[in-house]
Design a protein around this ligand. Structure first.
Ligand SMILES: [Fe+2]
Ligand SMILES: [Fe+2]
Length: 211
């Protein structure tokens, strides 16, 4: 207790008990993009490049996973959604290559553990559900949405970071991909809501399995 009291005294001594203490923050804690040192900028740029390599790997990996999703799906609408997203993903890869070029870096992929894990999980889901069942479709939709949400988090964060660093062209390109991922996520929700969830529920009632 005595220690706490001393600490409290110290801190209140610094602000002098006045209400203007908020203006006295140190230089370090008030560092913003506008006052970033070149060292901070270099660190951020390195982080940015590393993150781009990570998502570049993730997108490339997806071009191999999406055809498996498509093959495993039963609903024509869902098959189509996976097929369309494969094309979109290929454009996103080209967009990332464009970003590397703008930043004067070689396009390089660095293994993304998260995407590897998400696609492994999807493969498990395929193994554990009945071929031709709507339950498998529901499971595939949820797996795909986990992927989309990962991408949304990655592109959302990177687009914002690029904007903060004054790299507007890069931010715009990342923003375009971000919108595509959001649209795909919404489309998957729609497909699930439209009929698949209901059909899967009906299917759950009957114990019969079709080969
Ligand atoms: Fe993507
Ligand atoms: Fe995606």
């Amino acid at each position: 207790m005595a220690k706490q009291a001393t600490k409290a005294k110290k801190s209140s001594g610094r602000s002098g008990g006045s209400s203007s203490s908020s203006n006295k923050s140190s230089n370090k804690s008030s560092a913003s993009s506008a006052t970033m040192t070149s060292e901070q900028n270099t660190m951020l740029e390195k982080f940015m490049i590393d993150s781009l390599k990570d998502i570049y790997w993730a997108e490339k990996h997806l071009t191999k996973a999406l055809p498996k999703f498509e093959k495993a799906a039963t609903s024509q609408e869902l098959k189509q959604a996976f097929q369309d997203h494969l094309e979109v993903t290929e454009e996103q890869i080209a967009r990332l290559e464009q970003i590397f070029e703008i930043m004067g870096k070689k396009a390089q992929a660095k293994k993304c553990e998260a995407m590897e894990g998400l696609s492994k999980e999807a493969e498990t889901v395929i193994e554990e559900t009945e071929k031709g069942s709507k339950t498998r479709d529901v499971a595939l939709i949820i797996s795909a949405q986990k992927v989309e949400h990962y991408e949304i988090a990655a592109y959302g964060g990177l687009a914002q970071l690029a904007r903060t660093m004054g790299m507007n062209e890069v931010a715009d390109l990342l923003g375009q991909t971000l919108e595509e991922e959001k649209e795909t996520d919404q489309l998957l929700t729609q497909i699930a809501e439209n009929d698949i969830n209901l059909q899967a529920e009906e299917e759950g009632g009957e114990e019969e399995t079709e080969e």
